[in-house]
Design a protein around this ligand. Structure first.
Ligand code: MD6
Ligand code: FE
Length: 215
């Protein structure tokens, strides 16, 4: 490390951040595959059980997809608007994620759900825990594309100390073990920081994929 490098992120046990895991070319190829997912399973803006609509739009690929409406949060096998099954998780997205999960020490991950979250420049994601999956022994792993995001990591209770880590395009984050049920969220998207343009990236926006074992 030289004086000019960023200091390494000190992350809680169970959280592993693989910086620049995807090259800019690999990021572009991954977004091309996600463009096909969106063409088959259009982005939608879910309603939260508490009433308001989410700020970001989303879709899914894999056997199951995460949805929300007045009845609650859940995974289901079909798109809520087209009523069609979700498209498959693109193999390159799956492989790169499973490699990172294995390197993080969580074994052979077989994700059955991939949530595609699309943030406009003013997108955010409030503090939450991912709690709808069957077995918390599996981590959740995420891939980021486009502008940087300030990702907040809290504790096991909603109130309390948080730390912020900057997620950049091409980073893979693995979130599991004793941190699997930590609160976390996206405070803000940082304008003008994207290393790439892609037709499915909103202006000054960001796309995040989270791969999960839901069932
Ligand atoms: C995001 N990520 O980065 C939102 N959840 O846009 C998440 O909510 C998340 O990155 C669980 C595990 C990893 C994540
Ligand atoms: Fe999450």
């Amino acid at each position: 490390m030289t004086l000019f490098d960023d200091p390494p992120d000190v992350l809680p046990e169970g959280v592993a951040l693989f910086r620049q895991r995807l090259s800019p070319d690999a990021q572009r190829r991954a977004l091309d595959t996600i463009a096909e997912v969106i063409a088959q399973a259009p982005l939608f803006r879910p309603q939260m059980p508490t009433g308001p609509y989410m700020i970001n739009t989303l879709t899914n690929c894999g056997e199951r997809g995460w949805v929300s409406d007045k009845r609650g949060y859940r995974y289901q096998e079909t798109h809520p608007e087209t009523l069609q099954p979700w498209p498959a998780i693109p193999p390159e997205v799956r492989e790169c994620t499973c490699d990172a999960v294995r390197e993080a020490g969580f074994g052979d991950f077989e994700p059955d759900a991939c949530l595609v979250n699309v943030y406009a420049a003013d997108g955010r994601l409030s503090l939450h825990r991912d709690y709808d999956e069957a077995d918390f022994k599996w981590p959740i792993a995420s891939l980021s594309f486009g502008n940087d995001a300030d990702f907040v990591i809290g504790g096991l209770k909603r109130a309390g100390k948080t730390q912020t880590v900057r997620l950049r395009s091409g980073d893979v984050l693995v979130f599991g073990g004793p941190s699997r049920l930590r609160y976390h969220g996206v405070r803000k998207i940082v304008p003008g920081t994207s290393p790439l343009d892609h037709p499915i990236l909103p202006p000054d926006g960001r796309i995040n994929l989270t791969l999960r074992r839901a069932a």
